[in-house]
Ligand binder design. Structure first.
Ligand code: FES
Ligand code: FES
Length: 182
């Protein structure tokens, strides 16, 4: 029986359909988090936040809005603050990710920003605190912590439902010179 053009097109379409990767296919992803490589198999739509929380048991990064609006999921990638709820895990490959679990020294000594948040009572429920602290560390490194107004402006992406803002500003200003010493 002769093969019609329609048969050929149908066969090619069927082959293309089976060959095309599904978004549900798991992909190999290696993430470097807090100095350690994690080899994972993830749906390529997995966010960095979900990868951290659900595949690495690093639950310090919080899911507040999951829409890039609250800052609770803030982590550092190569020292820059990123919203992990808006970052695909596959895109974070090759970058050094730091979460709140990796901020203290190897000997357990708290980072100056962590200590300053304690000293200034810069939290109440604590839900926003990991994101606030990582954002604050980056804020200082960016050179955006020269006075209270500047800290308020450059920390404005991190919301605090408990309204601990005055103490957060005090903590950032206190930690800044100590970070230079550290
Ligand atoms: S959870 Fe990412 S910005 Fe709110
Ligand atoms: S300390 Fe409760 S949301 Fe900030």
């Amino acid at each position: 029986m002769a093969v019609t053009l329609l048969d050929r097109v149908s066969a090619e379409a069927a082959t293309a359909t089976t060959a095309a990767p599904s978004p549900r296919d798991l992909v190999d992803v290696t993430l470097t988090v807090n100095g350690r490589d994690h080899h994972l198999k993830l749906d390529n739509r997995t966010t960095l936040l979900d990868a951290l929380r659900e595949h690495m048991a690093l639950t310090g990064s919080k899911k507040g809005c999951d829409h890039g609006q609250c800052g609770a999921c803030t982590v550092l990638a190569d020292g820059q603050r990123v919203l992990s709820c808006l970052t695909l895990a596959v895109v974070a490959q090759g970058r050094k990710v730091t979460t709140i679990e990796g901020l203290a020294g190897a000997d357990g000594e708290l980072h100056p920003m962590q200590q300053a948040f304690i000293d200034h009572d810069a939290f109440q429920c604590g839900y926003c605190t990991p994101g606030q602290i990582l954002s604050a560390v980056a804020c200082v490194h960016e050179g955006h912590a020269n006075d209270a107004d500047e800290v308020r402006e450059y920390m404005s992406g991190n919301l605090c439902r408990c309204a601990a803002y005055p103490n957060i500003v005090d903590a950032v200003l206190d930690a800044k010179p100590k970070m230079k010493e550290a």
